[in-house]
Design a protein around this ligand. Sequence first.
Ligand SMILES: Cc1cc2nc3c(=O)[nH]c(=O)nc-3n(C[C@H](O)[C@H](O)[C@H](O)COP(=O)(O)OP(=O)(O)OC[C@H]3O[C@@H](n4cnc5c(N)ncnc54)[C@H](O)[C@@H]3O)c2cc1C
Length: 481
Amino acid sequence: MAPSRRLFLKSAARGALLAPITFLRNDAARGEEPALMVSAPDPKSGAVKRTSGEVLPAGDFLREEKRMIPVAGKSDVLVCGGGPAGIGAALSAARNGAKTQILEFAGCLGGVWTAGLLTKILDAGNKTGIMRELLTALAEQGSDVARETKGTVYDPELAKRVLEEMCVDAGIEIQLHTLVVGAIVDEGNRLVAVVTESKSGRQAWLAERFIDCTGDGDLAAHAGCRFDVGMSDECECQPMSLMALLTGLDPEAVAPYIRENGADAKPRFLKLMREAGINPSYHAPTLRHLHDGIFSLMTNHEYGVSAFDAAAISKATINARREVFDIVAGLKKRGGPWANIAVVATAEQIGVREGRRIKGRYTLTAEDLASGMRHPQAIARAKFPFDVHALELAGNPEEVEEYRKRGVKSYDIPYPALVSADVDNLLMAGRCISGDFLAHSSYRVTGNSVPMGEAAGKAAALSIQQQVMPHQLEWKTAQSG
Ligand SMILES: Cc1cc2nc3c(=O)[nH]c(=O)nc-3n(C[C@H](O)[C@H](O)[C@H](O)COP(=O)(O)OP(=O)(O)OC[C@H]3O[C@@H](n4cnc5c(N)ncnc54)[C@H](O)[C@@H]3O)c2cc1C
């Protein structure tokens, strides 16, 4: 049973929770010039502390003068990123008695589910716990389609509300519109603070345990953890895709093209597009019926875009949005059931399939998946196939195709793959856990990300209560506790 907050504090108080963080103490701060003391704008007047610094003579850098960063929050467990993994992590940490904070860059919780307009939850059928709870909520509160698909085809706008409600009910502190931009690690190899940027300026956040659920592994990278990106040293990554919501279609008239009606819906839709003179950058266009007159569309690939390059992501987003509108205009021209098609919304955030895979205490490999690996510290069982969206328009390298042909046997996701190898009080969940390129193409889907988050959140809370580091916690014991 989840401990009450009071019990949690009692057991944690004997350990590290209340230990002074000497690394951050700066008695000299009292003697700082007032101009350096705070970098946050005043919330009432809007007055800001102006930036001081100088542009270096070569014009390639700006040296900023040092400033004091206010501590905005202290929690037991700090979850960075409020996507599917972050939701699982925060709910589970909070329900296990930890004071929990989520920091999220977007204006809503849910990550690719909501800001990315995903609309489909994969590999969730065999899951229990928070994943099952979420599917039930999305089905019960959703449309007929959501009910028929047991919540796996969902309305992203409803998902925003459901996730907020669950997190608020669990007592989780949530700060949206907030980007993690730095981290401080002490001499003992422990994260002590995260630094963010937002409309409130630069802020610092303290915690006992940190969980990187940013998808891209931003927190772990800032904490100095080792990581891999893409397939090779060249960082070849899967393409990004911009999702869209559509209206103006009759579900019966376009039934042959709706993904849920059969595997041949995608090739049929591609054929129709090509006959209409449309050549989409993603050759398996996916149309989903969400409810009444609302559909979702995935038909775009942006190749060779780095998840860590805001300028490149911006260009890709603009290009993708243009393509979505062009495709819809092309379908409309075709007439018949497509005559009234219109775009309702495009995703605020282009879908990023790959960022950093952070080095953990176990690294899931393609071989593990192909052989159906069993692990004594399994946190979930996954069975989604290798799903590498072509790295370039020409297709995938042979190695990828070989594994795709071999296929995946249902496999265990081991707890140590969620535990950072380099920073002791840091866990990961979602697509940034420790795995190789091909394994990632399977475990990354959201039906796995939520249980990963749930395990990381529970481990974070229990490790504080038991006064051990997450890597010293036996997942089997944690599970039965
Ligand atoms: C186009 C596309 C289609 C897909 N289709 C499916 C599908 O049909 N079904 C399925 O189950 N999976 C699908 N996937 C895979 C799946 O969406 C991801 O692998 C999954 O979202 C991983 O969950 P996550 O929580 O790790 O990451 P994300 O969903 O990416 O969430 C990460 C969160 O962290 C936030 N964040 C990032 N950086 C920072 C930072 N520095 N500071 C603060 N916050 C930050 C982001 O805003 C986001 O909310 C698809 C992915 C893409 C891109």
